[in-house]
Design a protein around this ligand. Structure first.
Ligand code: NAG
Ligand code: NAG
Length: 426
């Protein structure tokens, strides 16, 4: 028994300790919106270039994203020349990054933002640019010269079996530089893809965040597929998330082409419950105000960034027909004893349907709560837990609440009553 206890103590105690990502990282990444657009003549506002990055840096500051917590600005794939320099070093595309990466890094840092970059652990990046394999040391030295703060290391063109050693080794080299660099691993995503069972204990020990599964695509179908997978596999993943190390269901689609406002609200709510990194990938110059408002929702960001760092779970689900069909309940415990509760409808038909949930279904303690709508459309209500909790959810939408226990207030009330009674009796 003692051995078992010690083992569980050790296995939960080990985690990457570089002082970074104590709450889920927040920022902006090129990939989901801008992919591998490299033709700046045809698509001057969309190509992966220093202009795009500088424009985004300016907007992250001027439009309140940095103030809201989005601090990392990252370039994903497609920033490199197709071949290394004669000295063996990575060379940024000369036409699209004419000032070089150190100058871009200085620009980003000058704005108060942090600089993220992308490479791949294999021979090539997923889009076919030079990968780090065989050049790990020189590439890390180069990244340190460019003063990057975040590295997403992808896993194309490498055997997933080699990742159990490869990713930790690369992490040790990063650590040895002495520069704190947030380490984003794609290690489990490639293993899950091959039906291997990733060692999440080891992953949490070596990475600040890790992509668990498929790339997200800009559609409701892709979003719900990822939500379903995270719900279905939560028992073997959720406990590995915590301050310094996070599961990553991939970028926010919010503000692009594929999600309605209701669907965008679903992603923001579920990502907050999942303690997921909040990585926007959207053109901040043209984003519509209703989407911007979702990304900047302070109460929801506060749930995502809650200091307890405990990943929430899908606690209730009904897949089939009938009453409450395709509804699900997601719950996250917060540091102050309150709960964030997302009621999601995967129904795409009809009108807003009303449904009612018992506190057993919601897995909430039996007590009175003050319930706040985090999208601020409903007034605050009090719920005692003795009757069902009523929600009315738009098709492919969400109701997202914070349940704050009223316990302390009630105890104070009883105390006051007792005091009054005592005085009357005396
Ligand atoms: C990487 O490229 C080298 C040189 O072409 C080759 O020998 C090696 O097998 C490749 N490794 C992988 C994992 O594809
Ligand atoms: C390197 O690892 C040590 C031990 O885990 C940690 O204390 C330190 O902060 C790390 N440094 C960097 C730069 O990651």
């Amino acid at each position: 028994m003692l051995v078992v206890w010690l083992f569980s103590l050790l296995s939960t105690a080990y985690a990457l300790d570089n002082g970074l990502a104590l709450t889920p990282p927040m920022g902006w990444l090129t990939w989901e919106r801008f992919r591998c657009i490299t033709d700046c003549k045809k698509y001057p506002n969309e190509c992966i270039s220093e202009d795009l990055i500088k424009r985004t840096a300016d907007l992250m500051v001027s439009d309140g994203y940095l103030d809201a917590g989005y601090e990392y600005l990252g370039i994903d794939d497609c920033w490199l020349e197709k071949t290394r320099g004669e000295d063996g070093r990575m060379v940024p595309d000369k036409n699209r990054f004419p000032s070089g990466m150190k100058a871009l890094s200085d620009y980003i840092h000058g704005k108060g933002l942090k600089f993220g970059m992308y490479e791949d652990y294999g021979n090539k990046t997923c889009a076919g640019y030079p990968g780090v394999l065989g050049n790990e040391k020189i590439d890390i030295d180069t990244f340190v010269e460019w003063e990057i703060d975040y590295l997403k290391l992808d896993g194309c063109y490498i055997d997933p079996k080699a990742m159990d050693e490869g990713y930790p080794n690369f992490g040790k080299l990063l650590n040895a530089t002495g520069r704190p660099i947030l380490y984003s691993c794609s290690w489990p995503a490639y293993q899950e893809d091959k039906s291997m069972r990733p060692n999440y204990g080891s992953i949490a020990e070596h990475c600040n965040l890790w992509r668990n599964w498929d790339d997200i695509e800009d559609s409701w179908a892709s979003l719900t597929k990822i939500m379903n997978w995270f719900g279905d596999n939560q028992d073997r993943m959720a406990s590995h998330a915590g301050p310094g190390h996070w599961n990553d269901p991939d970028m926010l689609l919010i503000g692009n082409f594929g999600l309605s406002v209701d669907q965008a609200r679903v992603q923001m709510a579920v990502w907050a419950v999942l303690a997921a990194p909040l990585l926007m990938s959207v053109d901040l110059a043209t984003i519509r105000p209703e989407f911007k408002e979702i990304l900047l929702n302070k109460d929801i960001i506060a749930v995502n960034q809650d200091e307890l760092g405990k990943q929430g779970l899908r606690v209730w689900q009904k897949k089939d027909y009938g009453l409450r069909s395709k509804l699900e309940v997601w719950k996250r415990e917060l540091h102050d004893g309150s709960f964030a509760m997302a009621f999601v409808s995967q129904r795409e038909d009809g009108i807003p349907y009303a449904a009612s949930f018992t506190n057993e279904e919601m897995q909430l303690p039996k007590q009175t709560f003050e319930v706040h709508d985090l999208y601020k459309e409903e007034p605050v209500r009090s719920w005692s837990g003795s009757e069902g909790f009523e929600v009315r959810i738009n098709p492919s939408g969400v109701k997202f609440y914070k349940f704050i226990p009223k316990k302390t207030v009630e105890i104070a009330d009883i105390t006051v009553k007792l005091l009054v009674n005592n005085q009357v009796n005396n």
